[in-house]
Design a protein around this ligand. Structure first.
Ligand SMILES: [Mg+2]
Length: 439
């Protein structure tokens, strides 16, 4: 299993940014100042936090300014190479083709003027899995329904069956999100100085069924117009400059019910999307937390794939289903952090890369720390809410106030020892009505 450290990130940075004239003036779009830092610095932080460190920047307009600012990446402990667009406008595909000799066999491609906060480990996992089944690329897609721009992707049973950005059809409910992975060899069919849009390759792969999908649930930000620039600045201010409290929610037994698993004859987490059932009031409770001024993060142990009861793709599918269903009811989850690991290999284990001693499996507080690195959180006013001892222990280790959901029986009290919860709530609805309003 490859990791972000093995994957080259290619960034399209050649754009002129004509609609943003009052901000760009003499400056390439990727360097436009957002809250005191160049736009792309915000995206680069996200990527380096995932562990990416090999970058190739495709530059054109004011290339000198980008090189001056990022250099060879040494200051950031990453490596950056450059490819120059040249005089002729080549389009997105042509710019990538021009960098052919610098491309690795497989690479991730993003735009230098978009902020895309997704699970990049999922991207790489799905790409590799797709390749083993004959795919040659991956496209991230967002259920759009023409919210942001014209939808351009038809999905059937989780698969891309058509991508066409020129001829929209009513069947198109998804939009391409802007993060893709490709096999380098896809570009060899084009001439060195040939101008073409990358959508040519994407369309071709979609009709051949050779493009894997990753459904993402979080909107992207871009700075293509003064209005979107302002919107992103507001987002950056709230997320990085101000500090807000959070509720960290365990998933199973808090948001959804635990289900009977026939294979092991006991209650367990859902192992298929069809087994996932919301507990009563979960969406409205999440809305209440948000209205009271909290971030809502989900921190969940899901060792089901490591134990061979399901696969990692299905675990991702279940989370995607949960987050989009909640969003459909107006309950926006700010982020989800999942530990898919388990400490020892079992007879049924297939995805053995998930077996490891990690720092993220609760009762360790690693998932909470990951959220702290991504957001500016007022920890002293934040809560960990869960239905097991491991949740209470993880919350206590991170210095959070802890809320236990359910009946606290005496045998459990003994187990909790030092980590007795500060509060007990009947369910998530009770917890949401009890926390103070922090706005
Ligand atoms: Mg639980």
């Amino acid at each position: 299993m490859i990791s972000p450290a093995d994957v080259q990130v290619v960034v399209l940075m050649g754009g002129l940014g004509t609609r943003l004239k009052e901000y760009t003036k003499e400056c390439p779009k990727s360097l436009v100042d957002v809250c005191g830092r160049p736009f792309f610095d915000h995206q680069l932080d996200l990527l380096t936090a995932w562990g990416f460190h090999k970058f190739l920047f495709l530059i054109g307009y004011r290339a000198d300014m980008i090189e001056d600012h990022y250099g060879d990446g040494r200051d950031r402990n990453i490596s950056i190479q450059y490819s120059y667009d040249g005089e002729k406008l080549l389009g997105t595909g042509g710019a990538v083709r021009r960098a052919y000799d610098l491309l690795e066999d497989d690479f991730l491609l993003i735009y230098g003027d978009s902020f895309m906060d997704i699970d990049y480990a999922e991207t790489i996992y799905r790409y590799e899995r797709g390749k083993s089944r004959g795919a040659r690329a991956l496209m991230t897609v967002l259920r759009n329904n023409n919210r942001f721009d014209k939808s351009n992707v038809v999905m059937r049973e989780g698969k891309i069956v058509l991508y066409d950005k020129h001829e929209p059809t009513p069947e198109m409910e998804y939009i391409d999100y802007g993060v893709c992975m490709y096999e380098k060899s896809l570009f060899s069919a084009f001439g060195e100085d040939e101008a073409f849009d990358i959508s040519v390759i994407q369309h071709d792969l979609s009709v051949k069924g050779q493009m894997t999908a990753q459904i993402v649930t979080k909107r992207f930000y871009e700075i293509g117009s003064p209005a979107s620039y302002k919107e992103f600045s507001g987002y950056v201010t709230r997320r990085f400059e101000e500090s807000h409290p959070a509720v960290f929610l365990d998933r199973d037994g808090v948001i959804n019910s635990i289900v009977w698993n026939d294979d092991i004859d006991q209650l367990d987490s859902p192992m298929k999307v069809s087994e996932f059932e919301f507990l009563p009031g979960a969406a409205s409770a999440i809305k209440t937390f948000k209205e009271k001024g909290y971030y809502v993060f989900i921190v969940t142990n899901q060792p089901g794939a490591a134990k061979g009861k399901t696969d990692l793709a299905t675990l991702y599918d279940i989370n995607t289903y949960m987050i989009s269903s909640l969003a459909g009811e107006g309950a926006e989850i700010d982020d989800l952090f999942m530990c898919p690991h388990y400490t020892k290999e079992l007879p049924m284990t297939k995805e053995s890369f998930l077996i490891r001693e990690c720092n993220c499996r609760k009762p360790k507080p690693g998932l909470i720390y990951r959220a702290m690195r991504k957001y500016s959180i007022d920890m002293s006013r934040s809560y960990m809410i869960g239905d097991s001892c491991t949740d209470m222990a993880a919350g206590a280790a991170a210095g959070l106030r802890t809320v236990f959901i359910g009946d606290l029986k005496c045998d459990l009290c003994k187990k909790l020892g030092e980590e007795m919860p500060m509060f007990i709530a009947k369910d998530i609805v009770d917890a949401a009505s009890s926390v103070e309003d922090v706005r």
